[in-house]
Design a binder for this molecule. Structure first.
Ligand SMILES: *[C@@H]1O[C@H](CO)[C@@H](O)[C@H](O)[C@H]1NC(C)=O
Ligand SMILES: *[C@@H]1O[C@H](CO)[C@@H](O)[C@H](O)[C@H]1NC(C)=O
Length: 755
């Protein structure tokens, strides 16, 4: 450090070293010199960051086998208690009985053991003695009794796992085994994991040594352990007592396969039938950081056989493998090309009886997400992003072709998925008996709630227009907390973007906004990350557009070139063009808004973005000719040096795909030189807040620090906020509050109403 501690760095007069350009603000105006208190707008009708942090966070609903109860895990943070309260809700699907809340004092993971019993896995013991214990909790549920839904028994211990890291449970009741994920050392032996942990801890130094990537991934340095799938006997005796066996079989032993696939894999990465487990794993022959190829395998649920590959070997990534309930078919989603991660995800079905594999949605211009067979195996339900919503779709399962093919000749009813929902964002469709589907959905105005679709037995896929599904909402987890809050449901707008394409955006008006009024409103442009992502009709606990609207900003969230859910052409068009078409789109969308909403004050415009959105902020900094006229910017975990990212990021395949090759290749270098924010620092002049998480290994913190140093050396008002314990996302509740505080304080300083 060149300066004595405590010396006001911003006043040091870097002016002596760097000549002030006419656009460079007076350093005395810098943030350090004008710091003052800031308070959120927070009256009873405002949905403020304080409300966001304390609002219930429900997960996705899991139905029981009978389809009359669903299980939902919910967490709820209390600012006063500084505690995250965890509970499960048991939700009746077919009666008006109120959901039952069961608090889980020590948290843990819950799943159905049978129609009236929930398995609850929770940590027990301290330090080295900590293990996961499994309990059974039974419920009584009588629709015609006054008690209705209750917990008659105290939880009963079912058994213990050798480690505390066992998780992602899936029961095969027919096989009498529980399949789960855990981490093991090279010997693959779960019962030795703790012993091996201790040896590793006591190795005498703290070094990590690598001969291949990943050395670190997302937010974790890769240690000596690998994820794997295990099975253990779990059965119910005639008196109803559940017992966990003590033989833990590593289903992937000596294969080099890892499942779940880190960092985000979970129960979506595998499924169980009465005899087998189907799972996805990265191709063990390929260096993980440079490839996205994942293969699908089946393995005997008792680990009696080696895994057998079901994929062709010519595919890219695969996700969401599932079995039909009959166990005769598996399905998954598949990308064509290795190296890509935002390519079109197509549905593939594998007939396990005939050993024939065929692609179902070869000609559908959307990407299927999570899959589920109907109970009779005749339909396939799945979710997919579609025009800034995530909907439930259905397709009938066609007769298996004579041989494996990626493009079977299918009649039209097998080609065009039918949308069963139209709004919000669905996070998993669970078929129930009797033509019903349970699903979980959030929107711009609400976190998750459970819904049930009925009457699907009457759906004729050849005439889907004749069918209108009956949808019933089963829970209202947030209704009380959101009562009286001015949440905007979001209005779609469309405009002509780059190359004449139709581009979509959302606008959210601030509470109190009146058309044609004299009052002028400040405006914020939010730029999403990915870049292959989208602003959707979905709730977010991190970047929530309604938080911006409720702090008094006319809020614009555009889905420019690169965005998903509008067809693959728009998604793909950002490749090698990071600083090109998306900014034509953003600028045209901005014009559209300013032309159509004279209530907006263009002199009080600000913008914010994270990840690719942070790249966009740094790119806008360097390009005053775009003419947005922003008075303040916020860059969270954004790209400063695209050139260096080619080497410093964890998932190298992403860079190689986006920039069209390896970072030292002449053509790639030329593209980067053209679109690297760092190359345009000479133009930076807009006040900017830089936020970065130190455990962000996707875009290491030096990108945030580099941008901050650039701003400081140019005497541009700037501030750096570092979260030492956060990754690419700010997840801790109090850090989230601090994040919102710093963002709105920054905007308020430059465009606040009292300025
Ligand atoms: C759950 O209920 C369904 C429908 O009543 C029944 O068919 C099934 O056998 C039950 N499952 C168990 C494990 O008891
Ligand atoms: C600065 O911005 C101008 C347009 O205002 C642009 O033409 C130029 O390339 C930029 N130069 C640098 C070095 O950032």
């Amino acid at each position: 450090m060149r300066f004595p501690a405590g010396f006001p760095i911003t006043l040091l007069g870097l002016a002596a070293q760097a000549p002030l350009s006419p656009t460079t603000p007076d350093p005395v105006q810098s943030v350090m010199a004008t710091q003052r208190d800031f308070k959120f707008k927070d009256d009873s009708s405002i949905f403020s960051p304080l409300d966001l942090v304390e609002l219930s966070r429900p997960g996705a609903g899991q139905p029981n086998d009978a389809g009359d109860l669903a299980l939902v895990s919910v967490s709820k943070y209390s600012l006063k208690d500084k505690k995250d309260y965890k509970s499960i809700f048991i939700v009746p699907i077919e009666s008006a009985v109120q959901p039952l809340e069961v608090p889980l004092a020590s948290g843990g993971e819950a799943f159905w053991l049978d129609n009236r019993t929930v398995g609850h896995a929770v940590d027990e013991g301290e330090g080295k003695d900590k293990v996961k214990a499994l309990y059974a909790r039974s419920f009584q549920f009588e629709t015609d009794s006054a008690i209705a839904l209750s917990v008659p028994d105290t939880p009963k211990l079912v058994g213990k796992f050798p480690t505390s890291t066992a998780g992602n449970f899936r029961l095969s009741a027919e096989a009498g085994v529980l399949v789960f994920a855990d981490y093991v050392h090279a010997d693959g032996d779960l019962t030795k994991a703790k012993e091996n942990d201790e040896a590793w801890e006591n190795r005498g130094d703290s070094a990590f040594v690598y001969d291949e990537t990943f050395e670190r991934h997302w937010d974790t340095w890769v240690g000596p352990k690998r994820s794997s799938l295990f099975s253990v006997p779990l059965a119910r005796s005639t008196d109803g007592t559940w017992t966990l066996g003590s033989k833990f079989t590593n289903l992937l032993k000596d294969t080099g396969l890892k499942c779940p696939v880190e960092p985000f894999g979970g129960t979506d990465d595998f499924d169980v039938s009465s005899t087998h487990v189907v799972f996805t794993a990265k191709d063990p022959k390929l260096p993980a950081a440079m490839h996205t190829k994942q293969d699908i395998y089946v393995v005997d649920v008792h680990g009696q056989s080696k895994p057998r590959e079901l994929t062709s070997g010519k595919q890219g990534a695969t996700h969401s493998p599932v079995f039909s309930k009959q166990g005769d078919k598996a399905a998954w989603t598949e990308l064509d090309k290795d190296g890509a991660e935002a390519d079109r995800a197509k549905i593939v079905i594998y007939d396990l009886k005939k050993d024939v594999r065929y692609t179902l949605t070869q000609h559908w211009d959307r990407s299927a997400d999570s899959l589920a067979f109907s109970q009779d195996g005749e339909l396939l339900y799945f979710t997919a992003g579609d025009i800034a919503r995530i909907k439930v779709f259905v397709l009938p399962v066609p007769p298996t072709p004579a041989e494996s093919t990626t493009d079977p000749d299918l009649p039209s009813e097998y080609r065009t998925p039918v949308a069963l929902t139209s709004s919000g964002a669905v996070s998993g469709a669970q078929p129930l008996s009797g033509g019903r589907v349970l699903f979980t959905r959030s929107s711009l105005t609400s976190p998750n709630d459970l819904f049930v679709l009925r009457g699907l037995q009457h759906l004729d896929v050849r005439a889907p227009a004749a069918f209108s599904p009956e949808v019933q909402q089963l829970t209202r987890f947030s209704a009380d907390a959101l009562e009286g809050k001015s949440l905007a449901s979001g209005e779609d707008f469309w405009f002509e973007g780059a190359e004449g394409k139709k581009v979509h955006g959302w606008l959210l008006k601030p509470p109190g906004f009146k058309e044609g009024e004299k009052k002028k409103w400040p405006v914020v442009l939010l730029i999403h990350g990915g870049p292959q992502g989208a602003w959707e009709d979905q709730w977010s606990t991190r970047w929530n557009p309604n938080i911006f609207a409720n702090q008094g900003y006319f809020t614009i969230a555009i889905n420019p070139t690169g965005s998903t859910s509008f067809g693959q052409e728009l998604t793909d068009a950002i490749t090698k063009d990071w600083g090109g078409k998306p900014f034509v789109d953003l600028r045209k969308g901005w014009d559209y808004i300013l032309e159509n909403y004279p209530e907006i004050d263009p002199e009080r415009a600000v913008a914010a973005g994270a990840s690719y959105g942070g790249y966009a902020i740094n790119w806008i900094q360097g390009h005053p000719e775009f003419g947005f006229g922003f008075k303040a910017l916020v860059c969270h975990d954004g790209v400063f040096s695209a050139a260096y990212n080619g080497y410093s990021t964890d998932e190298l395949f992403f860079f190689n795909h986006e920039w069209g090759g390896l970072p030292w290749e002449p053509e790639v270098k030329a593209t980067i030189a053209k679109f690297d924010p760092m190359n345009y620092v000479a133009n930076w002049s807009t006040p900017q807040l830089v936020i970065h998480g130190s455990k962000d290994y996707r875009l290491p913190e030096t990108d945030g620090i580099g941008a901050f140093h650039a701003l400081q050396e140019r005497n541009v008002p700037s501030r750096l906020v570092i979260f030492p314990d956060e990754n690419h996302w700010v997840l801790n509740h109090r850090n989230s509050l601090k994040w919102n505080y710093e963002v709105f304080r920054w905007f308020d300083k430059f465009v606040g109403s009292d300025n």
